[in-house]
Write a protein that binds this ligand. Sequence first.
Ligand SMILES: Nc1ncnc2c1ncn2[C@@H]1O[C@H](COP(=O)(O)OP(=O)(O)OP(=O)(O)O)[C@@H](O)[C@H]1O
Ligand SMILES: [Mg+2]
Length: 282
Amino acid sequence: MGEYAALVADAVIRQRAREAEHAARVEAELASKIKSEFIANMSHELRTPLSTVIGFAKLIGESERRHLSGEQIVEYASLIRDAATHLLAVINDILDISKMQSGRYTLDAREVRLQDILQSSLATFGQNATDLGVSLEGRIDTDVPAVRGDPDKLQQVFNNLISNSVKFTPPGGSVHVSAVALPDGGAAVSIRDTGVGMTREEIAVALTPFAQVDAGLARWREGAGLGLPIAKALVQLHGGMLEIRSAKSLGTEVAVTLPSRFQVSATQALSVMPGSSGNGMF
Ligand SMILES: Nc1ncnc2c1ncn2[C@@H]1O[C@H](COP(=O)(O)OP(=O)(O)OP(=O)(O)O)[C@@H](O)[C@H]1O
Ligand SMILES: [Mg+2]
């Protein structure tokens, strides 16, 4: 009987080992797939603006032979500057993602007035919204408490969320930004638009680095699709939450909650980026 039990135990252990091996193989394959897609997308994002830089620099170099006017040369120089600025933004985003995944991302935290951050985002995108025929309004309660955080990073979060809403709302639509105090001393910010909206699957895609929901809308955007994943990770680094509610063709609401400045610990645990569960992409 003892021998039989030992045989069964052996068989169970062997079966478990096989299952564990299979699970590890599936996980490794998935990690490697995500990694190759990430690198393919990243190469594309870097190559496109670089081709612009090289192409127009070449044209300027041949300006005499090509009889370019001074105006054309100035225009090409500005295209080169735009492409290089975009390239720098993409590289900074990629470095941020890589730092977050390896847990090396640090916040320079202090007491931050959310009102100032939101007003600044609203001012930054006001003209852009007007140009696109989108009404952009803010209603920020006077009793919204200060939060503890990194002002530059929080600015980055709300700039991206508000620019997304403006970008993905057709002319005639509106974007509302509101901020209220929470009973626990924290703050809740909502960015609500009447734009193109997303399905549940599209929301998941949007939170994945480099994924853009609808390539057909490409003319609207210059971004690399890194803003939302980074925004969510940054909010979580602040001990907060970022949730997206959306309905196709009706609009999107992004709700950000930040904890009371008396509750946040110095660094928050971060396991938010795809692939951050131990298989960093770099
Ligand atoms: N308010 C919104 N309404 C509809 N779709 C949205 C909204 N916000 C984001 N999305 C979708 O999610 C995708 C990812 O957003 P994200 O901010 O990461 O990228 P992006 O704005 O395209 O580029 P980036 O922010 O890197 O400049 C967008 O390309 C878009 O398809
Ligand atoms: Mg964006």
